[in-house]
Design a protein around this ligand. Sequence first.
Ligand SMILES: C[S@@+](CC[C@H](N)C(=O)[O-])C[C@H]1O[C@@H](n2cnc3c(N)ncnc32)[C@H](O)[C@@H]1O
Length: 220
Amino acid sequence: MTEPADLTATRAGYDALAEQYGDLSRASLDAAPLDRALLGAFAESVLADHPDPVVLDAGCGPGTIAGHLARRLGVPARGVDLSPAMVEHARRAHPGIVFDVGEMGALALADSSVAGLVAWYSLIHVPAGRRQDVLREFGRVLRPGGHVLLAFQVGEDTLYLDEAFGRPVRLDFHRLLPDDVAALLEGAGFDVTARLVRAPDPGSVAARIPQGFLMARKAA
Ligand SMILES: C[S@@+](CC[C@H](N)C(=O)[O-])C[C@H]1O[C@@H](n2cnc3c(N)ncnc32)[C@H](O)[C@@H]1O
């Protein structure tokens, strides 16, 4: 079957940006205490509910979130990303954590095999027509009672980039509305447990627009 064109373009785009993006991703998390607090709350929920937890970082990029979960928060984590160059970067940056090349709409994981799943600014690349299916796939691999945490830029438009860090790319960044994402999560069998919108930070290139975070739980 032919791959959708957006996946090919997203993979190529992030392959071109892997090295520079790694630095940006780490710096963004270091500068965002609220994001770290949310990741901490998510990690505590997973650890409290699942004695043998594994969290999947879906669309892990350079592995910043998997690394933070594993090293700082004590949650065993693994990652998957569409871009082989990103996965290569993640493996180098976080030896000891398993990172695989893969597509989050068709995960190479068994049903009910992870206790938590984070999609940190990765759902933003999934076109509207496939978003519900991707969340259903998250639900498939999560155990009953498993937790999901999503981060995304808030809005109704799509930012199209044909250049980033001086390199030609073809990347769509779909801004999302928390209510819409919550409805999709509910449609995929999740109960939404928390939603938060962080106000724009004029001092940050990465966070000039509001940032949305949703936490949800697969029915036990
Ligand atoms: C904005 S970056 C975020 C990376 C990482 N989560 C972080 O916060 O540092 C988006 C990442 O999602 C990945 N991605 C986009 N669509 C994907 C898909 N369908 N399956 C797997 N990974 C995907 C991209 O390759 C890229 O590494």
